[in-house]
Design a protein around this ligand. Structure first.
Ligand code: ADP
Ligand code: MG
Length: 441
C-alpha cells in the first residue's frame, strides 16, 4: 500500500481518522497498519455524517471505507435494535459479496454487542426470519431476498439510518433499480447514504442524485481505471483457438490462482469440465449452481484447494481472494465496465497481477468499448488486432511475443449484435434511473 501523503504527513495511521481506540485495536489485530487512500478520504467525512459517493479502483479497501464509519457510528448509538428492526443496511449485488462484506466487518464488532446479519437468496428463509426477529444492527443483503422478507413482514426498515450500496453502479442493472425503488421508500429518515464503486457510468450520477443528499464525492483515481499493478494483454485469435490458448496459459504456472471468466453459465460449466477432463484443478461458479456449491467453490479457491475458478460475472464484483495471480477473460464481457471489475479480482491490496483477454473477431467491438472506457490500448500478446486507428493494440509491452502477420481471419469487424445489446442496456438503464429519480422526488 503506498503511504498516503496529506498536509505534510508522510505516513498515516488509523488513529488520525477519528475512530475509537477499540476499533483501532481491532484493526491492528487484523494486521491493518495504515488506511488506504480511499479510507483516508472517506472515513472522516462519513464520520461527520455526510452522504458519500466513493470511487476507487478495485482492491483498494472500499469495504472498510464504509464499514469503519458505519461501525463507529453504531457503537456511539445507544440502545439495542427493536425486534425486526435494522439500524444500518448494506446492499450488494451478489450473495458471495454479501458474505464477504459481513466477514470483513465481523472482526470490528468483536467485544461489542452489535449484531450483524446476512440476508441472501438460495438459503433457508425461515432461519433468516428468525434472525431478523431479534433485531439487527447491520444487515448485509442482496436486494431480492430483502424484498421477499419485507413483503412477509419479517423486517422493519423504518429505523435504518445508514444505507450503503456497494458496487453501486450495478444497481443500474434492471433488476436492482426496481428493487431499490421498492426498498428506499421503506427506509428511515434522516439517513446517511453511501454509494461505493470502482466504475462510474454516466447514469450513476443520476442514481446518486436520486438517493444522495448533498454528497461528498470521494475519488482517488479516475473511475474505470484498473488497479495500477495489473499487467494487461490481449490475444487476438479465432474462437476455436481459445481452448488451446487457455491450456497454454494455464500450463505456464500450474499452481497459480487463476480466475477464468466466461460469458454464459453454460459456457462456464463446459469450460470447467473440459479443463478437469484434461487434468487441471478447476471448479466453477455461476448462476446455475446452488448456494452451497457456490460457497464451496469460492472456499476451495480461497484455500488454494483448486487453483482455477471458471466464473461468469457473478464473481466479477467485489470478490476478494487475495492471491489471484491471473484473470483470463476467455470471453469479453458485454458491458465494458465489467472488464474493469473482472480484472480487478487480481492485484488486490497492493499486489501485482496479470489480466489476459481473448478477443475473437466477433468480439472486436467489445474490445473497442473496453479500451475506450479505460482510455488505453491493451497490448497485444499474440495475433493481430482487427481494430483500426486509435484502437490499435499492437504496440505494447508484450509485443515481443506477438505474431504480427498471423491472420485471424478478421477484418474490421464491428459486429452489430454486441453494440445493439449494449445500446439497449444503456437505454434501459437510463430509463430506469429516470424512473427511479421520478419515484424519489
Ligand atoms: P475493494 O472493495 O476496494 O475492491 P476490499 O475492500 O475488498 O477492496 O479490500 C481489498 C483487500 O485489501 C482486502 O483483502 C482487505 O482485507 C485489504 N485491505 C483493506 N484495507 C486495508 C488496509 N488499510 N491495509 C491493508 N490491507 C487492506
Ligand atoms: Mg468492494
Amino acid at each position: 500500500m503506498p503511504p498516503a501523503v496529506h498536509e505534510g504527513y508522510s505516513l498515516f495511521d488509523f488513529d488520525t481518522l477519528g475512530l475509537t481506540p477499540k476499533l483501532n485495536t481491532a484493526l491492528k489485530r487484523a494486521g491493518f497498519k495504515q488506511p488506504t487512500p480511499i479510507q483516508n478520504k472517506a472515513i472522516p467525512l462519513a464520520l461527520e455524517g455526510h452522504d458519500i459517493l466513493g470511487l476507487a479502483q478495485t482492491g483498494t479497501g472500499k469495504t472498510l471505507a464504509f464499514g469503519l464509519p458505519l461501525v463507529e457510528q453504531l457503537l456511539a448509538q445507544p440502545g439495542k435494535p427493536a425486534p425486526k428492526a435494522v439500524k444500518a443496511l448494506i446492499l450488494a449485488p451478489t450473495r458471495e459479496l454479501t458474505n464477504q462484506i459481513a466477514e470483513s466487518l465481523r472482526p470490528l464488532l468483536a467485544g461489542s454487542k452489535l449484531r450483524i446479519a446476512i440476508v441472501v437468496g438460495g438459503q433457508s428463509i425461515g432461519k433468516q426470519i428468525n434472525t431478523l426477529s431479534r433485531g439487527t444492527d447491520i444487515l448485509v443483503a442482496t436486494p431480492g431476498r430483502l424484498i421477499d422478507l419485507m413483503e412477509r413482514g419479517a423486517v422493519d426498515l423504518g429505523q435504518v439510518r445508514h444505507l450503503v450500496l456497494d458496487e453501486a453502479d450495478q444497481m443500474l442493472d434492471l433488476g436492482f433499480i426496481h428493487a431499490l425503488r421498492k426498498i428506499a421508500p421503506r427506509l428511515g429518515t434522516p439517513r446517511q447514504t453511501m454509494l461505493f464503486s470502482a466504475t462510474m457510468p454516466k447514469q450513476m450520477e443520476e442514481l446518486s442524485r436520486a438517493y444522495l443528499n448533498d454528497p461528498q464525492r470521494v475519488q482517488v483515481a479516475p473511475p474505470g481505471k484498473a488497479a495500477d499493478k495489473i499487467t494487461q494483454s490481449v490475444h487476438f485469435l479465432a474462437k476455436q483457438e481459445k481452448p488451446a490458448k487457455l491450456r497454454e496459459i494455464l500450463s505456464r504456472d500450474r499452481a497459480a490462482l487463476t480466475l477464468v471468466f466466461a460469458r454464459t453459465k453454460h459456457g462456464a460449466e463446459k469450460l470447467m469440465k473440459g479443463l478437469v477432463a484434461d487434468g487441471y484443478n478447476a471448479a466453477s461458479i455461476h448462476g446455475n449452481k446452488n448456494q452451497n456449491q457456490r460457497d464451496r467453490a469460492i472456499k476451495a479457491f480461497r484455500d488454494g484447494k483448486v487453483n482455477i475458478l471458471v466464473a461468469t460475472d457473478v464473481a466479477a464484483r467485489g470478490i476478494d481472494v487475495p492471491g489471484v495471480a491471473y484473470v483470463v477473460n476467455y470471453e469479453l464481457p458485454d458491458v465494458p465496465d465489467n472488464y474493469v471489475h473482472r480484472i480487478g479480482r487480481t492485484a488486490r491490496a497492493g499486489r501485482e497481477g496479470e489480466a489476459i483477454a481473448f478477443c475473437a473477431p466477433e468480439e472486436a467491438d467489445l474490445l473497442r468499448q473496453i479500451q475506450k472506457l479505460m482510455k488505453i490500448d491493451i497490448p497485444a500478446a499474440s495475433g493481430t488486432s482487427p481494430l483500426g486507428k486509435g484502437g490499435d493494440a499492437r504496440k505494447g509491452r508484450t509485443a515481443a511475443s506477438r505474431r504480427p502477420t498471423r491472420n485471424t481471419g478478421s477484418r474490421s469487424n464491428t459486429k452489430a449484435p454486441a453494440r445493439k445489446r449494449r445500446l439497449k442496456w444503456k437505454r434501459a438503464a437510463a430509463a430506469n434511473v429516470a424512473q427511479g429519480v421520478a419515484a424519489h422526488q
